[in-house]
Design a protein around this ligand. Sequence first.
Ligand code: SAH
Length: 529
Amino acid sequence: MWALNHRHVPGGNEVTARAGVVYLVGAGPGDPGLITARALELIASADAIFHDRLIPPGALDGARDDAELVYVGKAPGDVPGVGPHSGHSITGTSGSQGGINAMLIEAARSGKSVVRLKGGDPFVFGRGGEEGEALRAAGVEFEVVPGVTAGVAATAYAGIPVTHRDQASAVAFVTGHEDPAKDEGALDWETLARFPGTLVLYMGVRRLRENAAALVEAGRDPAEPAAAVERGTMAGQRTVVATLGTLAEEAEREGVGAPALIVVGPVVALREALAWLERRPLHGRRVVVTRARAQASGLAATLRGLGAEAVELPAIRIEPLTESGEVRRTVAAIGEYALICLTSPNGVRLLFEALGAAGLDARALGGTIVAAIGPGTAGALEEHGIVADVLPERFVAEALVEALADVDVEGKRVLVARAAEARDVLPDALRERGAGVDVIALYETVRETPDPEAVEAAQGADYVTFTSSSTVRNLTEALGDRFPRGARVLSIGPITSEAARAAGLEVAVEAERHDVDGLVEALLRDAST
Ligand code: SAH
């Protein structure tokens, strides 16, 4: 969402993080779709955000550009202050709980609005209680925003209902972190063994063997169904089902690692009937999206919705040229054009940015015929209150030329606003018909530096998707040997396929309809065979 001012949230509310207040916010279990609306609203408006490691990918994307992002993770091997989110200021931390409390207090006292962002729910094994106590003791105001806790989310994604009318009337959230051999542990295993319902153990992978043994020794039936749910709601979620007596061995054999939950109870057996995640059409497929980041998210979201793991590895990036004198002069006199042709959503976005910079808005186009090359471009225009007058049925320059046949351009001034490296089909055709055509370059596409983590993730990809020849060229050149040769190449259409072959790739699938929906259809068809 380009035009989104980070102080505003979708829906238009003015928000809302108050100065001097600390918000203890749950970020949910990992799936970016499971962050609450309130959490996003606060992230979008906070002055400072102190976050853990286990927060969903992209959770901080909506933060203000000038927000201070502080990584305070405590995982072994983590480098304090070097979080996974770049492009923002990231400062260091001591990482200890006392140090975190002190930082929160200091930030709030200095008048900032502060978000303390934690995985899952802040009050469920999140030490949010301790932070609240420290804040209260320091006289700092705070609010709590609950999050979807892993205990209900990872289980639900595994097809395990933690309660069930016939099978479990209660559920206990338990820490599996304590050493059952220690006398001073707060856990009473005998009581837990007798607990009449489902047991959900957090932080229980490392001590799974001891915990399971302690439960059995205390009288819980070793034949009771039990499961480990690894990376619940995240890409690559995995569920291992066994019995209380055998789960430790199974989990070890399968190499289950953190984060994972252990679930014990008859409800685990319901997974057989209720598992749904694994049934989605692209489950288990890793798909690389190579479009420019601004456009990638829509395709990536569609793929994720179908169950795929989408790896965003943008090959190109849009560099605005709206500061150029040419663009400024053209925009200042935009009312003089009889016809304006726009050939991409980026072009629309940047034209309106340039209009805005000149103190103008959509009304400047009031007397002008506006032509869009395709539905994406027309949609971008609509966001600015303009309904395109001309929209061809096929989305290429030649088709737009045809669609403009009825527009009288002879002796008129026409503006083609587009990318720097576009083809000249459209301006040439209009000139031939007697128009005085100005062409302005609103942006150029340049090669994006590949993100090493995404390159690494791409190595195990099943598919690489290409939506334009420039993404093919730029990605293959940027990756060289690191291009995932084992992946099937999916192309949006013949021009892109040609570029792929020229780059030495074998095209496995070409979309029949040359748009993103067509690409997804082709992928679904290929994946189902
Ligand atoms: N406040 C968090 C829990 C933090 S304790 C919440 O409400 O979810 C960390 C433990 O939570 C992990 O050791 C693991 O047992 C569990 N956990 C967190 N996220 C998880 C996930 N996505 N899948 C499985 N378990 C998860």
